[in-house]
Design a protein around this ligand. Sequence first.
Ligand SMILES: Cc1ncc(COP(=O)(O)O)c(C=O)c1O
Length: 434
Amino acid sequence: MPLQNNTPLSNTDSLLAYDREHIWHPYTSMTEPLPCYAVASAQGVRIKLTDGRELIDGMSSWWAAIHGYNHPVLNEAVELQLKSMSHIMFGGLTHRPAVELAQKLVDLTTEPLQHVFFADSGSVSVEVAIKMAIQYWYAQGFKNKQKLLTVRGGYHGDTLGGMSVCDPVNGMHSMFRDILPQHLFAPQPECNADGSTNIVELESLLNQNQDAICAVIIEPVVQGAGGMHFYCADYLQQLRVLCDRYQVLLILDEIATGFGRTGSLFAYEQAAIVPDILCLGKALTGGYMTLAATMTSKKVVDGISADGSGVLMHGPTFMANPLSCAVANASIELLLSFNWQVNIKRIEQQLKEELEPCRQLFAVADVRIKGAIGVVEVKQPVNMQQLQAAFVEAGVWVRPFNKLVYIMPPYIISTEELTLLSSAIYMVLKKHLS
Ligand SMILES: Cc1ncc(COP(=O)(O)O)c(C=O)c1O
């Protein structure tokens, strides 16, 4: 059938009109869509709209574009890979970009993590992690260990398995409650000044349900989309001990925190622990393409194989896509080629100084900074549409949700550009929320 070219998409207005009529954006309504901005290009930390305006990016496209946009090194990696092969099925075949990436991930993570499953998105890597944990116990004869234990305030993705371990109240998925597997939830991790934590409630859930729990899943140190909550490494240390004591696996979801965002290459390093299963995504490809990885140890691999089958039940079509693997290799090399720790410290220090004045604003409940993450929590949920427009007017790309106005800029952001971002946050909150 010939294409019906009945809507000329000749200018931005017609693009936006067609978009509004036909395309869903994340968490939006088709009948009452929120306004969208058309992007012409993006370069470094600047997003150029089709109307000519330029915005300084505070979001890194949801934690991913750590090197900024249109980076020559990453472009070259994709172009080079494109010349030999853009995709090839991973069933029965393998290729250099995937093997090199696996080698890098094995080398960069802590020693027991030796095995890699390449998934096509963060959510899928969480699904795979859950399957690994269930299969680990199942193959060893513990067929009832199929439940997960997690904490409130978490976010692990939008697929059914991921949703089932998101915060049951603010996890955006409450309407699916009846079809989701029912898991166990401990209180959100809290750490006191004296070093104590509230892990005792998690322990009692482990104690009561040890025979039913296959794994604990948690975002280490920073809970992202579930509320931008930070907690101490001590909690994770205690959690590791408890997982061993009660014989459940520990899955760490570092999809948001991985690759330097919190100040260490992986957030779990701050607790000096090792997970049994680790999920990576987002910044893995420097934000160029979708790719994620679920890593695990020989202990888990052997457990999965204990019944003689050993087959991990997952295999997506675009698994280990060569373009994605090639750009991930380049992104990791690029990250390690400069002193990224110093850079994250610089961003952290500057965010501490420049977002602190927001605390004085009446509408602000809290200001918190961790690594290259700056969060201003306000007292009431914001009118996202209104604030979004105000930020665009101010020349920055900041996308608040609920009570959170937060930024996690590309690591390459300059001191001047970061000042523009933080001062825009102060000005917009002062003008619109007081
Ligand atoms: C901690 C965490 N886990 C999982 C996901 C899901 O990843 P994706 O959106 O790539 O499916 C996200 C996405 O925001 C995340 O922050």
